[in-house]
Design a protein around this ligand. Structure first.
Ligand code: IPE
Length: 259
């Protein structure tokens, strides 16, 4: 029987790989720690990362979500997203990972923020060859409003849906955050979220206080819930602690499962 190829999806939050409180600050040590765990995962995977205090800083200043007024400004947002991607790629390659970067702004075109066209075939090819495609939160060109901004999750989920239609299956989506999972009002980790539970929980979820044009943890949960329609589970883990490593090693790890 023909076997569909299985792979892991990893979303690394911008708050993990950058210090969101200090503009243009990458956490290279954390990226290295994640890279080491990825080496031990030894599985086909695709990775998407956030852009944290790099492109969020410029997107806050110049916009992009609903178009822009300053052409130089939007170019700067695009460049800042690429700058943090470059840092991540350098660390991944140094760790020995065969990672190849793709910018969503070159694969996607939107109309009023909604996907109009996508071209993911080269990413599928790279994944099929056993390399690791890496995408990130980015400015996306839009035929009606000039631009929009897609988070790392939004582009990842579009890519996943395409791969599901094209002979691939997903083991799991792992989201690395800077907290232990989705936290309730007492700062405790909510172990499991379903669509039903989410409506009641929503009001209690802690709001992030720093610059974030794509909406913080609530956005991440909602994106993860859309994937449950395809039978895909998302696990949110702390990317700054040993949680991800423990999870990969099948040891006890704190986190939130969205199913
Ligand atoms: C945001 O991407 C993209 C831009 C601001 C250009 P993400 O939403 O994936 O980034 P993080 O994880 O919040 O930093």
């Amino acid at each position: 029987m023909y076997m569909r190829k299985r792979f892991y999806c990893l979303k690394i939050g911008g708050s993990v790989i950058t210090d969101k409180a200090i503009a243009y600050t990458a956490r290279t040590d954390i990226i290295q720690k994640i890279a080491k765990t990825l080496v031990s995962l030894k599985s086909p995977m695709i990775i998407s990362h956030g852009v944290g205090s790099f492109a969020h800083t410029s997107a806050k200043k110049y916009g992009g979500k609903n178009g822009y007024s300053d052409p130089w400004g939007i170019a700067k947002v695009a460049r800042d997203a690429q700058a943090i991607n470059q840092i991540v790629m350098d660390v991944f390659l140094d760790a020995g990972l065969p990672a190849v970067s793709f910018s969503p702004r070159s694969c996607l075109l939107t109309k009023k923020g909604e996907l109009e066209k996508s071209f993911f075939d080269p990413i599928k090819e790279v994944l099929g060859q056993g390399l690791i495609p890496v995408i990130y939160g980015d400015v996306i060109w839009d035929t009606m409003q000039k631009t929009t901004i897609y988070s790392g999750e939004t582009s990842l989920h579009l890519l996943i849906r395409y791969l599901l239609r094209n002979e691939f299956d997903i083991s799991k989506i792992i989201q690395l955050s800077n907290v232990d999972g989705v936290l309730d009002e007492k700062n405790e980790v909510i172990p499991e979220i379903t669509q039903k539970k989410w409506q009641d929980m929503k009001v209690h979820i802690k709001k992030m206080k720093v610059a974030d044009v794509t909406g913080g943890m609530g956005h991440k949960v909602e994106e993860a819930l859309t994937m449950t329609k395809y039978g895909i589970e998302t696990v949110i883990l702390n990317g700054m602690t040993d949680a991800f490593f423990n999870f990969v090693e099948n040891k006890e790890a704190k986190g939130t499962v969205i199913r």
